[in-house]
Design a protein around this ligand. Structure first.
Ligand code: URP
Ligand code: ZN
Ligand code: ZN
Ligand code: ZN
Length: 476
């Protein structure tokens, strides 16, 4: 066979093995691993490098409507370009339902924004903000059939939060259709109460974002989410977990036999609430929800990555420009923490952070890195085994890593649409140098060779975890 591309002499890592072999690619698919390689139109010599499945980032926000006068810093072009340079080949952004409107309407608009503009493959989760009878009864089940097999619900944000009753009804659709529910766990009423107290004593600086969303707020909501999932008998994903107490809720649910998938993110390993206490308004750069905690919580999240409390490591990339009234600077003409848009950029540094601070520092091994960043992501969200691993028959989505490269993070070197990175000045060792998407070399030695439009929309199958744990019968 004449290959389109051969990647030779590299050290391949999957979620279970590390081994040396060449990879032969034809028509966008991995067709041979190891053995005698035939001729190839193109060859990449990966000697001395690691050859990993392309990263899958299942938690990114791109071009998501974010409230009046607020504009997200990334569209599909800049967001997926940034993802690509960070070693990713697939991202899963959220498509947000407008209140009172069908989900299809949001999807049509979202597809139009993505089409022809992506440097990575994309697939969409749905955010259910208005679970009306029509949405729950007809629309959502039909969308699951069409390959939108996961949806996120919020327990916080005044305009997005669902009541417990609405969450149960949405979970019930997941139970009946085999979809997977993701939950943002923070108690909105408790946050409102604390915001009131802060405002009463004139506390308005960015740091108050952290003190109005303390650990108890996240812990209580996590407990409630896993309890509601138990009542509805569905598996669930707890996204962006920031601390040990929320982790303990996940572990306790698992001990009861529940399927609960935990996700954490780079900000909970690298930042603390003290970062929100910067000079002037600088703390706004670190405002995200849940907020970064303290060094003990960072250590807990590392522990959770090692022990398998977390199966997913995602970015929660949610970029707003800092020096911009449509971003973090002066939202609604106000200088109150309340109006700072929530979210920070991270899609380009998710993998380098986990590689440098996790693999290179001996906290996790390479197969665990691959599992957390690609294989488990594909399994959880219905993309496996087409994506998320290096295997014959899989898409040729591959990132080649140089573990000897040390670089200081500079926003000037990044490829997103924001105007800062929360990790400015950090020194990281181990970077992706070549990224291949569907057999096409997209990035090589820092140079962009791919075009926008090379990445395409991918419909998904059901999550392999989305089966009820116990077949509950309500008949007597
Ligand atoms: O602050 C955050 N995380 N913003 C993104 C939206 C979300 O809740 O994931
Ligand atoms: Zn969230
Ligand atoms: Zn998010
Ligand atoms: Zn930028």
């Amino acid at each position: 066979m004449r290959f389109d591309l051969v990647i030779s002499n590299g050290t391949i890592a999957t979620a279970s093995d590390v081994f040396s072999a060449d990879i032969g690619i034809k028509d966008g698919i991995i067709v041979q691993i190891g053995g005698e390689m035939g001729e190839a139109a193109q060859t990449i010599d990966a000697a001395g490098k690691y050859v990993l499945p392309g990263g899958i980032d299942s938690h990114v926000h791109i071009a998501q409507p974010s409230g009046e006068g607020i504009v997200m810093a990334d569209d599909f072009e800049s967001g997926t370009r940034s993802a690509l340079f960070g070693g990713n080949t697939t991202v899963l952004p959220f498509c947000l339902q407008k209140k009172g409107r069908p989900l299809r309407e949001a999807l049509t608009a979202y597809h139009a924004l993505a089409k022809g503009n992506c440097y990575t493959d994309v697939s969409f989760h749905l955010i259910v903000s208005d679970p009306s009878e029509a949405v729950l009864g007809q629309e959502l089940p039909a969308l699951v059939e069409d390959g939108y097999t996961s949806f996120k619900v919020f327990m916080t944000y005044e305009d997005l939060r669902l009541s417990d009753a609405q969450i149960l009804e949405t979970m019930d659709v997941a139970r009946r259709t085999g979809a997977l529910v993701m939950v943002h766990c923070e108690n909105e009423d408790a946050i409102r109460y604390l915001i009131g107290r802060h405002e009463a004593d004139g506390t308005v600086a960015p740091k108050a974002h952290a003190t109005t969303r303390p650990i108890a707020v996240e812990r209580e909501a996590t407990h409630r989410a896993v309890s509601l999932a138990e009542v509805a008998d569905v598996p669930l994903v707890i996204v962006h977990v920031s601390n040990r107490e929320a982790m303990e809720e996940i572990e306790r649910a698992r001990r009861r036999g529940r399927k609960v998938i935990g996700e954490t993110c780079p900000q909970y390993l690298m930042l603390t609430a003290d970062d929100l206490d910067g000079m002037d308004w600088e703390g706004a750069k670190f405002v995200c929800s849940p907020p970064p905690r303290d060094t003990a919580s960072q250590a807990a999240c590392w522990d959770g990555l090692e022990r398998g409390v977390f199966e997913l490591f995602s970015s929660d990339h949610c970029p707003f420009r800092y020096d911009d009234p449509a971003g973090k600077l002066n939202p609604k003409g106000s200088r109150s923490f309340r109006h700072i848009p929530n979210g920070i950029p991270g899609v380009e540094l998710r993998l380098p952070i986990l590689f440098s601070e996790g693999v290179m520092k001996g906290r996790i091994d390479l197969p665990r890195f691959v599992a957390l960043t690609a294989t488990n992501q594909a399994r959880t969200y219905g993309l496996y085994p087409r994506k998320g691993t290096i295997a014959v028959g899989a898409d040729a989505d591959i990132a080649i890593w140089d573990s000897t490269l040390t670089r200081t993070v500079r926003h000037a070197d990044m490829h997103d649409g924001a105007d800062y990175t929360p990790y400015e000045g950090r020194e990281l060792t181990g970077w992706p140098t070549t990224v291949v998407l569907g057999g096409k070399i997209m990035v090589h030695e820092g140079e962009l060779l791919g075009s926008k439009g090379d990445g395409t929309y991918r419909s998904r199958g059901r999550s392999q975890y989305a089966t009820p744990t116990q077949e509950q019968s309500f008949e007597t």
